[in-house]
Structures are given as C-alpha cells and as structure tokens.
Design a protein around this ligand. Structure first.
Ligand SMILES: [Ca+2]
Length: 598
C-alpha cells in the first residue's frame, strides 16, 4: 500500500511537471477551399503551408460552424454551435451593444486557467466594446482589429494617448464624421478600422498594408517571451484578410500569378512560415500543435478579389459546401504522422474539447454549456482507420445537415449581401435537396426523389439540432420567482395573442417588465414559458443593453405551451427587461421564472 502511494505520488509529480503542449491557431478570413497549393491552387503559391502539410496532416472534410465571420469565430472559441452562445451572424460597430457574452467559456479561458500565456492577434469580431474584447475572454493581450477590415470606427472606441493618426485623421475629424452621418447610418469612413492594443486604439486608421506582417511579428515576440518565461502558450492568430479590401506590403505587390488576391495569400503563407520558424528557433517546434484554416468560404461576389472553393459549390454565406468546408492543415512533429490526410468530418468546434484532452486541463465541472464539438485527438494523431465522432453536423442556422456521406439542404435562398440585387445566380434553388457528398462533392445531383427515406431521416435530425440557444422543457411549477406578462403591456403595434397575455405577433413589438436582481445581482437562470407556431426570435435587453437573442424553437402550435431556459446577468436591485420580437409570426409569452445561480 505504501509503495502504491509512493508510486502515485511520483506519477503525480511527473505529470504535473510534464511540459504542457503549446497551441497555435492561424485563422484566416474568407480563405477558400482551393486557395492553397496543397488544396489544388494553381496560380497561388503557398510553399510554407504546403510544407506544413508535408510534415503534418491535411483535413479534407473540415467544417466551420457558420458561413460568416462572427458566428464562425464564436463557435471556434467556445466549442458550441453559434446559436447556443447567442451569436447568429455578423457584428457591426455602432449598431447597439452586442458581442459574444463574457460568461461564455473560451479556449483561452481553459488554457489560461492552467497557467498558459494567451494572445489574440489579428481580427476579433466578437464585439468591440471593452466587455466583449479578447482581454475579457481569457486572452492576456489583444493586438489587432476588433471587426472586419471593411467596416468603420466604433463611436465609443477608446483611443490611447499616444495613438498614431494616419491619413490626416484626428479626434476632431472622427467626431465630425459621426456628427455628419445620417441618422441610423455609419460615418463616411468605410474601410477605416482601428488597430488596437488590449482595449485601446493605437493606430487610426490602421495601415492595412502592414497588418499581415505585424500580427506575425507580435505572435513571434509572444512565443519568444513565453518560452523565456517557461510558460506554455496559446496563440490565436486571426489574419484579417483575404477578406476585402485587399492590401499587401511592397514586398508582395504584384508577385503572384493570382493577382492581388494571390499576393495576399502569398504574404499570409510567408508569415505563417515565419511563425513556424520561430517555434523551431525557440525549441518548441515538437511541443506545439499548429492549425491553419479559414473562418468561412471565399467571398465569391468579390470576383478576382475573392478566392475559390473548387471543387466545392459556392462560397461564403452559402449552405452549399463552399460556405463552410474550409482548407485545414495541422502540424505537430512527432505526434502527427507526416504527409497524411484525414477525410473524416472534423470541425472548428472540436478545438476546445481536443485541447482540453491533449493538455489534460479539464473543463470546469460547473460548465453550463457543454461543447457541441468533440475530442478529435484520434483524427489528428491516429491512423487512417480512425472514424469521425460526428453522426450529424448542422450547417449555419440549421440550413442543412450532414450525416455520413449524406447531406440534406433545406433550400434556403442566399441573402442579398451574398449576391447583390439582380445578380442572384439562376441556380439558387429553394427546393429541398439531398446530396451524396462522397460521390458528388460538387453537389451537382439532387437525389432527393431517389432516396426520400434518407431525406426524411435527415429532416428529423434538424428538429433535434442543438443549434438553438434554447431547448424546450415542459412548463411547470415556478422555478424561483415567477413574473407574469401582463395583458395590454405590449407596445409597437402588436396584436394580442389570443388568450395569451404577452402576444408579440409583429416584428418590433416589445414588452418591458421590471425584475429584482436581489442584493448582489449576478447570474440568473431564466425559465421562459411561451407558445409559438413557428420558430421565434426575441431580443432580450437588460437595462437598455441587448444581452442575448432568445431563439425560441416552435412549441408545435399556438396552444402548446412549453418553457425554455437561458442564463442572464442582472445588477443588484431593480432591472428592466425588454423583450422585443424580431421575426414575423412572433410569439406568445406567458411568464418567466428567475432563479439566482449561485
Ligand atoms: Ca469571414
């Protein structure tokens, strides 16, 4: 027994002293499936990423959880489908208070809890207010752009005292641009975005020709310092390009046979190589997992300023494969067999559970939202016999589902932003489709009529999708303090919802209710009783600030009452809750219960 205890002690000591592996994620913006040499690009040269693939593993069925930026990033960092963490699409500055809520648990928080140094370098796009910035989501430091490089300054941005102003800009010119903007419109400063360090702007507008190099510089310096401090590290290097507008430094201008788009990719490739070289130089090459991928497919409407997803159909914003299936290469010398390929389904949501497994850092025992992603250590490091843990994968906003080789596509139209008015492609079918992705990777043959039973099975899977923020429960006794919605309190031209008191059948209709946050305030569990015929969307504002979108699944009918649960933060004392219908069809709200989550 004594010997056993001693052994256990020794093992514990050894394990705790074992070197934790480092993680580097290089997340590119709008890079297409065919934009890398190792994925079939002919005009664009990417020797460093190709070398990475030769030394590591190429993933040919790697998906992101959304076909657009913010939602894809939320899923990468939390391991959850984006709707579960309240992120539906793309965040814009100056359009209200929104972002990935700080209460959601990220990869950076996981690793930081075990002593990792954590850096977010590059594009963030999960909210630009201080409370939504990387430094409030587990990153020690942030150096980069708070949103897309084609956006605007944020009106409430904090500027550093020694902020560098370029292009004749100053605090006065920025203020004037906001004052001159038409109500509800952005200032006339498109494509002028801030470069931030932590919570402050340090350069405005960012000289975009320098950004690819500078975030690599920052990452390299961070790697060097982490090694010097003997700390494991996590670098989240999110290149703001090839999202348009495109910029390159002098060194890469006109170099690629693929035009300016090719120049941008080649500069990214070169700087990826510099980061890989830094790992070698500082002796951590064989203790670092590097992942190189993209946040969604290529932005095809940008023509030769957009990439290619060949042989996949369509690109960014689409529920065809080109929207969410992205190029992915992973490298970890000695752990990942060199020059191999994995064709099994893997997703960006797998990073959090996989990093947890690889590093031995457990997810918090009280974590409320368990990741939808899986530990894919086997797919990353195992042999060709390893199989995907996915029985189902849900596309953006449940627009489709993949199960094995089969994909059912609900036949949703593209938004106008993906294809400008009048340019909607003729082959933008709204009919329901079934594809066999192994036999037909390009989604050219709809076989729904030949296999109606398979389509039916997949449709039923969509109904079970976790990609809603809220799951349904039976209504029941009050769980905590109950608040009833009162009759006649609906504003915004809503019609009363039959016998239900809180009917909000018009878009924009709202109900305000005052609640008590108690002495301490904090996090509360809300159980919301409601009924609706179709899926409903309700914005929940707490004290005037949007806290989340309540994406309420249909209860199956207007007379069928169910309840859904969501967490929200309240301040001590009185709080004003505003529920605003965001979708035609609306919802009947019955009551909600609030229980302090201690
Ligand atoms: Ca993107």
């Amino acid at each position: 027994m004594k010997l056993y205890s001693l052994l256990l002690f020794l093992i514990t000591v050894l394990v705790s002293h074992a070197k934790k592996p480092n993680f580097v994620i290089i997340f590119n913006d709008d890079m297409g499936y065919a934009d890398l040499g190792c994925f079939g690009a002919d005009k664009i040269k990417t020797p460093r990423v190709d070398q990475m693939a030769k030394e590591g593993r190429k993933f040919t069925s790697f998906y992101v959880a959304s076909a657009v930026c913010s939602a894809s990033r939320a899923a990468l960092l939390t391991g959850c489908y984006p709707m579960r963490v309240g992120v539906r699409g793309v965040f814009f500055p100056n359009r209200g208070s929104h972002g990935l809520e700080p209460r959601h648990f990220t990869i950076a928080e996981l690793l930081k809890s075990a002593g990792y140094k954590t850096l977010a370098a590059g594009k963030w796009h999960l909210g630009d207010e201080p409370k939504f910035l990387p430094t409030n989501q587990g990153f020690d430091t942030f150096y980069g752009v708070p949103y897309s490089n084609d956006m605007y300054p944020a009106e409430n941005m904090k500027y550093a005292k020694d902020c560098l102003y370029l292009e004749g800009m100053s605090q006065e010119t920025i203020k004037k641009a906001f004052a001159d903007a038409k109500p509800g419109h952005q200032p006339k400063l498109k494509d002028k975005v801030p470069l931030m360090r932590d919570e402050e702007c340090i350069e405005f507008p960012l000289d975009q020709r320098t950004i690819t190099r500078r975030i690599a510089d920052e990452s390299i310096l961070f790697i060097k310092e982490s090694v010097k401090d003997k700390k494991p590290f996590f670098v989240y290097l999110a290149n703001p390009m090839p999202h348009t507008p495109l910029f390159v430094s002098k060194d890469f201008e006109g170099k690629s046979a693929g035009g300016i788009y090719g120049d941008v990719i080649e500069e990214i490739d070169y700087n990826t190589g510099r980061v890989l070289d830094a790992l070698k130089e500082h002796g951590v090459d064989d203790n670092t997992l590097v992942i190189f991928t993209s946040d969604n497919g290529p932005w095809l409407i940008k023509g030769d300023h957009g990439g290619s997803a060949k042989p996949l159909r369509d690109g960014k914003g689409s529920s065809y494969e080109g929207g969410q299936r992205v190029p992915c290469v992973m490298r970890w010398p000695g752990k990942i067999p060199a020059g191999t390929e994995c064709n099994e389904v893997a997703t960006a949501m797998d990073m959090l559970p996989t990093f947890s497994a690889i590093s031995g850092i457990r997810l918090p025992a009280d974590l409320k939202l368990q990741p939808d992603g899986h530990n894919i250590e086997n797919l990353i490091m195992g042999g060709p016999e390893e199989k995907t843990p996915y029985t189902t994968f849900y596309y953006s906003n449940n627009s489709g589902v993949r199960s094995g080789p089969w994909k059912y596509r609900a036949g949703r139209k593209y938004g106008n932003w993906a294809f400008p008015r009048g340019e909607m492609p003729k082959d933008n079918p709204q009919e329901k489709q079934l594809f066999h992705l192994i036999k037909d990777i390009g989604e050219t043959r709809n076989v729904i009529d030949q296999h109606p039973e398979i389509a039916e099975r997949l449709v039923a899977l969509i109904d079970q999708s976790p990609n809603h923020t809220m799951k349904l429960f039976k209504t029941g006794k009050p769980k905590g303090k109950r608040y009833e919605f009162e009759k006649g309190k609906v504003s915004g031209g809503a019609t009363a919802g039959g016998k239900h008191v809180g009917g909000m059948q018009n878009m924009g209709a709202s109900i305000t209710i005052e609640v008590d946050g108690g002495k301490k305030g904090g996090e509360f569990l809300m159980t919301l009783g409601y009924a609706c015929g179709g899926n409903a969307s309700v914005a929940l504002l707490v004290n005037g600030e949007k806290q989340t979108d309540l994406l309420l699944p249909t209860t199956g009918g207007w007379s069928t009452h169910k309840a859904a649960k969501v967490y929200l933060d309240l301040k001590p004392g009185k709080n004003q809750l505003l529920f605003r219908s965001q979708k035609k069809g609306g919802v009947n709200l019955d009551y909600f219960d609030l229980k302090h989550n201690k």
